[in-house]
Design a protein around this ligand. Structure first.
Ligand SMILES: [Ca+2]
Ligand SMILES: [Ca+2]
Length: 185
């Protein structure tokens, strides 16, 4: 059984899943009416909570990190279906040692012009899946509501003392993906 986290909870991957190397981060959501184009991105940050360089910002236009550890599998435009809508593969062993945080965010494409917010969707989740053993190891269902938000940090993988932890974050903002770029770049 996968561990199910609540907002603010965390899970020590290194201790609880010592064999975990290749993680698939699955992100899902369901539009309440019309199709919604949501985009997953990963900010790979150093100790100072900044990108070592722009290429460590992984999104639909930059699918693979320079260290080869992290690969976005591609853009989903509708959100329809119960399975993962967008996915990111991470090989923990290959992560650049200078990178200590992987912040996983989901933003709404063209949110301002289309007046789309997270209030228009439901059943958002983030899950971690072990590619080698084909098992879900942890899951976070975002049960808070985000009526005005255009970007939400779903979760974070963080390394400290050589241990990787998964944090269920669930923090939204009205400033869109650019708001996060302004913070982390
Ligand atoms: Ca998308
Ligand atoms: Ca969906």
């Amino acid at each position: 059984m996968a561990i199910v986290l609540k907002k603010g909870g965390s899970f020590n991957l290194t201790k609880e899943e010592p064999k975990l190397k290749k993680v698939m981060i699955g992100l899902g959501w369901e539009p309440s009416t019309n199709a919604l184009d949501l985009d997953a991105s990963v900010f790979m940050l150093g100790k100072n909570s900044k990108l070592p360089n722009d290429n460590y910002f992984i999104f639909y236009n930059n699918l693979k990190s320079p260290d080869g550890s992290t690969q976005h599998t591609g853009d989903n435009r509708t959100g329809y279906g119960d399975d993962d809508d967008e996915m990111v593969l991470v090989n923990l062993d290959l992560v650049n040692p200078d990178v200590t945080q992987l912040v996983v965010a989901v933003s709404i494409h063209d949110a301002e012009t289309r007046r789309h917010t997270f209030g228009l969707l439901s059943d958002a989740y983030m899950r971690l899946y072990d590619v080698d053993t084909k098992r879900e190891v942890a899951r976070f269902d975002l049960d808070a509501s985000y009526p005005n938000d255009t970007v939400v940090i779903f979760g974070k993988l963080e390394k400290s003392n050589n241990e990787w932890k998964f944090h269920a974050v669930g923090d939204g903002s009205t400033k869109g993906l650019q708001g996060l770029v302004d913070i982390y770049a």
